[in-house]
Design a protein around this ligand. Sequence first.
Ligand SMILES: Cc1cc2nc3c(=O)[nH]c(=O)nc-3n(C[C@H](O)[C@H](O)[C@H](O)COP(=O)(O)O)c2cc1C
Length: 215
Amino acid sequence: LTSQEEWKNGKRLADTDLPENMKQAVFKMKSSEMYLGNLAGCQGQLPISVKTRIGYHESQIEEVVPFLIEAGVERIALHGRTFDARYSGCADWGQIAKAKELTKGTSVQLWGSGDIKSIKQANEFIKLYGVDGILIARAAFGNPWIFKEYVPSWEERKNAMLYHAELFLKYRPDLDLRPMRKHITWYCKGIEGSAKLRDRLMKVITLDDLVNVLD
Ligand SMILES: Cc1cc2nc3c(=O)[nH]c(=O)nc-3n(C[C@H](O)[C@H](O)[C@H](O)COP(=O)(O)O)c2cc1C
């Protein structure tokens, strides 16, 4: 949203005005809602949700949430860390709960994000912090079954690794499996005695290599 000139001059997104940036982004989306909605096949009725962090340097929810409500978004998804925090420390669910409070009396949904490891924990956090929904990101790495609370067998994990690798090569025929190594090894998370296997998986280049390692 900053001008190209500003980017060229090294202006960081974090130095820009967050509410002003959001205002511009939401207004642009709102003004193209009909177009986007028709593209998505829903007759111009496209719900707009905004996913953001609680602020740049410190929490800015008190200015941002009321603005987003006024701008007419249907859902706000909030990661409970600032931009500066990157992934350090813990997500501040107190701020997420406060943001939910700010949506009370409106139809805007407030979803929380940050450090959720299971559906059980997600349900507990919904009760504890009053949010309308929860997002899970990193805990789903190598564990897409998390959303069904299903514990896969080793055979199912192997099949998932192969399928994931095949899909990657299908969509990126210009690459080999090197960028996929970390994703493949994530499927071994929590498997006792898998250190040696993970070492071998971290060396695969082709699909044949992967098949051989998993054999
Ligand atoms: C690899 C990766 C990619 C992400 N991409 C996006 C993104 O495109 N848009 C976004 O709003 N958040 C993105 N996030 C942030 C997550 O949605 C989430 O808010 C954050 O990781 C905290 O949740 P977690 O503790 O469950 O990982 C990404 C996170 C990761 C780890």
